[in-house]
Design a protein around this ligand. Structure first.
Ligand SMILES: C[S@@+](CC[C@H](N)C(=O)[O-])C[C@H]1O[C@@H](n2cnc3c(N)ncnc32)[C@H](O)[C@@H]1O
Length: 353
């Protein structure tokens, strides 16, 4: 058994001894759940927005966001110690670089994903051992049904999900590297509120779109597209890709959808896309691909979320290629995100084999 030495009273250097560094790694991780909840509090109560004009005393800040001042100060100090927000003088808080990403309106805001992770997805972790023992989602045990069925019956949860999907990085950055053609129809399968279609159509007046997603997201999608002046160019179709996918597209896109599902489900979805496609149509699958990068690997964290909440998984490029091939596609090109993309999303382009 490893002997844990006591903290020396007068350390010869400011560097902690190796065992202390190891313990610090575990301690930081053990507090991860609470830290995530502190982030959730800050996001849900709009704390970063309330600090947008400069530092505030905790009393005024708490009053504005509807929090208990002492409790809010403790949440914020925990975040400050982890590098989010700053406390320039006791009881006075301000934004720093990371905290800027909790503001509502900054590009690529993480506020809405912090809220998404802090609600049902967090509560689902209470049954994590079910996932460890069975490989099945803890969410289903806690909520009695799969995630997408649950949010179908809870408009507030669905709105939280749509807000997170539409905002963090509205569209995979690698979309800019793709050739959609100048004319024809793009069918976006699992297209959410239509962020990807909007990005593609806005500069290509010869293209029209079909947004296909679960029926409960149709209203939010129509509203979003109408707000962008694209209502006339996009047909919103509600349905499930497990049954069928709208036919007639020249390009089919599936963005950030396949990681929500297990391999059998992915094969069903891809099979239905394949059936809907003409021989000349093309498919573009956008997703983050798992890599073996050393050190902290956000893909591995996101993969855990898929495991516990949805029963899905992130995949390597080889695994994606294998699924596409088994579903009757031939991969023609794989483009990887440029370094500046924090989500490291790639696109696999394929045609019917
Ligand atoms: C992670 S979101 C991705 C949204 C969007 N494509 C993007 O890139 O941000 C997954 C989407 O798949 C949709 N979805 C889930 N199950 C589906 C199904 N059976 N058929 C069609 N869409 C589905 C969800 O409603 C959601 O909008």
């Amino acid at each position: 058994m490893t002997q844990v030495s006591a903290v020396p009273s007068a350390a010869p250097s400011s560097e902690p001894p190796p065992q202390m560094q190891d313990r610090a790694v575990i301690m930081r991780l053990m507090f991860g759940a609470w830290l995530q909840q502190a982030l959730y509090v800050a996001a849900k109560l709009d704390v970063a927005d309330a600090l947008a004009d400069g530092p505030r005393d905790i009393e005024a800040l708490a009053g504005e966001v509807g929090a208990d001042p002492t409790a809010l100060a403790r949440f914020l100090r925990a975040l400050v110690s982890a590098g989010v927000f700053a406390e320039p003088s006791p009881g006075r808080f301000e934004l720093n670089g990371p905290a800027e990403y909790l503001r509502s309106s900054v590009p690529n805001t993480h506020k809405y994903i912090a809220i998404l992770h802090g609600e049902e997805a967090y509560a689902a972790c209470a049954e994590v051992l079910h996932t460890a023992h069975t490989g099945r989602p803890a969410f289903d045990v806690v909520y009695g049904k799969p995630y997408f069925s649950y949010i179908a019956g809870d408009p507030k949860a669905r709105a939280t999900f749509d807000a997170a999907m539409g905002r963090e990085t509205a569209v995979p950055l690698v979309v800019a590297q793709c050739d959609f053609g100048a004319e024809g129809t793009v069918v976006d399968v699992g297209g959410g509120v239509g962020a990807l279609l909007a990005a593609v159509l806005v500069d290509r007046p010869g293209l029209t779109g079909v947004l296909f997603d679960l029926p409960e997201s149709s209203d939010a999608a129509r509203e979003h597209l109408a707000g962008l002046g694209l209502a006339a160019r996009v047909r919103v179709v509600g349905g499930t890709a497990f049954d069928s996918v709208p036919a007639g597209g020249d390009v089919y896109t599936i963005s950030r959808v396949l990681h929500d599902f297990d391999d059998e489900q992915v094969l069903t979805i891809l099979g239905n896309v394949r059936s809907a496609m003409s021989p000349s149509a093309r498919l573009m699958v956008f997703d983050a691909l798992l890599t073996e990068r050393p050190g902290f690997n956000p893909g591995r964290m996101a993969d855990l979320g898929m495991l516990m909440v949805l029963g899905g998984r992130y995949r390597t490029e080889a695994e994606m290629r294998d699924l596409l091939s088994r579903a009757g596609f031939r991969v023609t090109e794989v483009r990887h995100a440029r370094d500046a993309d924090p989500r490291a999303e790639s696109v696999l382009e394929a045609v019917p084999a």
